[in-house]
Ligand binder design. Structure first.
Ligand SMILES: Cc1ncc(COP(=O)(O)O)c(C=O)c1O
Length: 447
């Protein structure tokens, strides 16, 4: 109890100037930080420094679906720190990382073979893009250097990730090729699960290929469900068509499953949920339940094997990170996968999917709600922006809703005027119901 009070007191007397916060309105936050300082977490709840309990509506940042302070993961991490806290990532190995790679390949769709480890989603994406370009070079097609992303995509913030990302503020300085996003309010507003309209948008890839020639294109990268841009669910048949066009032109297809990997859609990966197998899958977040940073790329054996040429004593891929395959992250990942198995997490998600769908769509008709969409244990509510002197003020309404909901014990996330929900897999039906009712109240109160 003493320790708890000390944690709270320390949090309340913070000096905030020295910390430059990522993706945060620093000046606004620092004017009144106390309600936004998290002091503790347990299960599906945070406690702020002011002692307020908040339901974790987005599983941390999409990454902690098994709940906070999971005993199995906490014990595995503590044990690992004592047993082997760090092991050089290059030219050396440790048992847990080999067995983890094998486990991840087994969870992945049939046909995948190896895992390259990184420490975040951004690093995983940069790794996959580098592998794609290098793979073609190894196969004698060195001109295949172009990468194709998609509008409204979020692939992290490395130079590689932003160059294929499609969120305008993140990519102002880079401008490579992009496919159109698949969102069209007129055709798909209030869809439940996959929208029926929009498979033809994949044909835009043919247009880009015709323009730039397949011989210059290395890979296409897409999130199966676009997460950070506000939950854009792929139209039925769209991913299948992308796969077919990539196959026709020898272009690698990369699924960025940093959000969808390890259960968010009720299957291990979105690839299985949608029945489309890409050439590479990037992952991060849920692989350790958010406890220790880890990311990685799963590749098909044909990609891996293309590098396994030349003298055996030569390094095959000049890429890696000091913390690739970190033992503490590996221990956390094993414990997470054990817990996912034991708690039948994917089944939990499948059971909760209709509960979240029903609850979220009950917000249709609330003031200013322009769309609601969902799949797996993810949903988004899009709001019409506030207007001032006839001018839209994007994001202002969602910020109000976010702050109001926090007063009522719910921690949401928002992008522009889209409120995202990705509750923990351990949520009860009652908690999901309460989350949506608080959102309803906040939407009404801020209209
Ligand atoms: C699809 C996707 N890719 C990559 C990233 C970047 O991950 P990180 O923040 O771990 O670098 C994210 C983060 O949300 C993501 O959603």
């Amino acid at each position: 109890m003493k320790h708890e009070t000390a944690v709270m007191e320390q949090a309340m007397s913070l000096r905030t100037e020295a910390y430059w916060m990522p993706f945060t309105h620093n000046r606004y936050f620092k004017k009144n930080p106390s309600s936004r300082i998290l002091a503790r977490a347990e299960g599906a709840y945070y406690t702020t420094a002011e002692g307020k309990r908040l339901f974790d509506c987005v599983s941390g940042m999409w990454c902690c679906p098994l709940g906070h302070g999971h005993p199995r993961i906490a014990e595995a991490v503590a044990r690992q720190v004592k047993e082997l806290d760090y092991s050089p990532a290059f030219q050396m190995g440790h048992p847990k990382i080999f067995s983890l790679a094998e486990r991840i390949v087994q969870l992945a769709p049939a046909g995948m073979g190896q895992v390259f480890f990184a420490n975040s989603g951004s690093e995983a994406v940069d790794t996959a893009l580098k592998i794609a370009v290098a793979y073609h070079r190894m196969k004698g097609e060195a001109a295949r250097t172009r990468l194709i992303g998609r509008e409204r995509a979020y692939h992290g913030v490395g130079i590689g990730g932003i160059s294929v990302g499609g969120m305008a503020p993140n990519r102002r300085m880079f401008a490579p090729l992009l496919l159109p996003h698949t969102y069209n309010a007129a055709e798909m507003a209030f869809s439940r699960g996959q929208p029926k309209w929009g498979a033809h948008l994949a044909d835009e890839l043919e247009r880009l290929v015709a323009l730039h020639d397949a011989s210059t294109i290395a890979a296409v990268i897409v999130e199966p469900v676009q997460g950070s841009a506000g939950v854009i669910v792929p139209p039925t048949g769209y991913l299948e068509r992308l796969r077919a066009i990539c196959d026709k032109h020898g272009i690698l297809l990369i699924f960025d499953e940093v959000i969808t990997g390890f259960g968010r859609l009720g299957e291990a990966f979105g690839a299985q949920r949608f029945g489309v197998v890409p050439d590479m899958i990037t992952f991060a977040k849920i692989v350790t339940n958010g406890v220790v940073p880890m990311g990685g790329v799963i590749v098909k054996p044909a990609i891996h094997d293309a590098f396994m040429t030349g003298p055996e004593t030569a390094v095959e891929l000049f890429h890696g990170y000091t913390y690739s395959g970190h033992p503490v992250a590996a221990a956390a990942a094993h414990a997470t996968l054990d817990a996912i198995e034991e708690e039948a997490s994917f089944k939990q998600v499948r059971e909760l999917e209709p509960v979240l769908e029903r609850a979220a769509h009950s917000l249709k008709g609330e003031p200013g709600v322009s769309d609601i969409r969902n799949i797996g244990l993810v949903a988004a509510v899009e709001l019409e922006p506030l207007r001032e002197n006839g001018q839209a003020r994007p994001g202002a309404r969602a910020l109000k809703v976010f702050e109001r909901a926090m007063e009522d014990g719910m921690l949401f996330r928002f992008t522009g005027d889209i409120i995202a929900m990705a509750p923990p897999f351990i949520s009860t039906q009652t908690e999901i119901g309460r989350m949506v009712e608080v959102l309803r109240g906040a939407i009404r109160a801020t209209h």
